[in-house]
Ligand binder design. Structure first.
Ligand SMILES: Nc1nc2c(ncn2[C@@H]2O[C@H](COP(=O)(O)OP(=O)(O)OP(=O)(O)O)[C@@H](O)[C@H]2O)c(=O)[nH]1
Ligand SMILES: [Mg+2]
Ligand SMILES: [Zn+2]
Length: 324
């Protein structure tokens, strides 16, 4: 009997599949290399053999969205078919704009909508500091301020996605993803341990993603904390989108392929000197652009503009002539 199901958990030796209201532990009967393994959220076709009590995954349906990151140079898919990603951060020392930028790029690449969730409002003395940073850096991305103790904030969070849609919570360990999910569900799915006062780190509690459903049909996925956000297939569009407050000024730069590092009269450098562009933002922006060139070099692709290639070639020739 072949039917469709949804992957709700990935275990070491099998996949948990929900199909027609029943849960199955399924395996993949495939000896070929390079097969794509299902992740949480995937829709799969399964073959159920009632006689032998076995369930085999035959294939994965095309993914509408795919959340992935770079793990040691390889694509690691976190979840599939997600509508909205809650980029979760606590309003304390853990809050890091650079990390949020990288998470936002990851979400933009996935095809799902982003939303920032700022947690632990009850123990934050000045939430406005964090809210202002979100507004300044990510003016087009919606955000919600929450406290797991405040019912109103949980209701507000619920308005961010509709029944039938799937949301995933991502972010560093200890920011309160599982606590929010437990509060939304009204019962405890994942165990929550105290975070250490010293460094705000939680004991690594959530170890694999799980897929859950609220009684009203809203679906949600809890995921393990992400320590560092490796990005894959990064391109200039991804960076410009997230750093729009810098990149939108590029049009005003008099040089077409300006590197905004040492060009005379560069508009970006002018804005930097005038204090309109923040120096830390500028540094992260250039660093990320450099990463594209580094990635391309590593994979042997030269994505630099023609003028840059000509410039480097000329410099090499000059050096060579000098040596002679
Ligand atoms: N005061 C306060 N504490 C919270 C809130 N949300 C979570 N916490 C605490 O923060 C700690 C970590 O919460 P978790 O929900 O386990 O964090 P997590 O993001 O799921 O962490 P990982 O599973 O490791 O990725 C626990 O001690 C929670 O009680 C909140 O809104 N207010
Ligand atoms: Mg957790
Ligand atoms: Zn410039």
């Amino acid at each position: 009997m072949t039917q469709l199901g949804q992957c709700i958990a990935v275990h070491r030796d099998c996949w948990e599949i929900l199909s027609s209201g029943k849960k199955y532990r399924a395996i993949i009967n495939n000896k070929y290399e390079n097969i794509v393994y299902p992740v949480v959220g995937d829709v799969v076709s399964i073959n159920i053999d009632l006689k032998n009590q076995s369930c085999i995954i035959l294939d994965i349906q095309p993914r509408t969205t795919e959340l992935y990151r770079n793990k040691d140079g390889h694509k690691k898919t976190i979840a599939a078919n997600i509508d909205i990603v809650f980029i979760t951060t606590s309003m304390n020392k853990e809050f890091n704009v650079g990390k949020l930028e990288r998470l936002l790029i990851m979400v933009n690449q996935s095809g799902a909508k982003p939303c920032f969730v700022l947690t632990k409002a009850d123990i934050c003395t000045n939430p406005n500091i964090y809210i202002e940073q979100i507004k300044r850096h990510f003016s087009t991305v919606p955000y919600v301020v929450t406290s797991s103790l405040n019912e109103q904030s949980i209701e507000l969070l619920k308005t961010m996605w509709n029944p039938g849609e799937t949301a995933i919570f991502v972010g560093s360990s200890g920011v309160g993803k599982t606590t929010l999910i437990n509060t939304l569900l009204g019962y405890q799915v994942g165990k929550v341990y105290e975070v250490r006062e010293k460094d705000d780190k939680g004991r690594h509690t959530t170890t694999s993603s799980i897929y859950l459903e609220l009684p009203d049909g809203r679906k949600l996925i809890d995921s393990p904390g992400i320590r560092s956000v490796g990005l894959l297939n990064l391109d200039f569009k991804d960076i410009n989108e997230v750093f729009s407050f810098i990149s939108e000024n590029e049009k005003m730069c008099q040089y077409k392929n300006c590197t905004h590092t040492n060009e005379n009269g560069c508009r970006i450098i002018e804005l930097l000197n005038e204090g309109i562009i923040d120096e830390n933002d500028y540094r992260r922006y250039l660093k990320m652009k450099r990463q594209i060139l580094y990635d391309a070099q590593k994979s042997g692709i030269d994505n630099r503009a023609d003028w840059e290639k000509r410039r480097d070639l000329l410099q090499k020739k000059k050096k060579y002539r000098k040596r002679r």
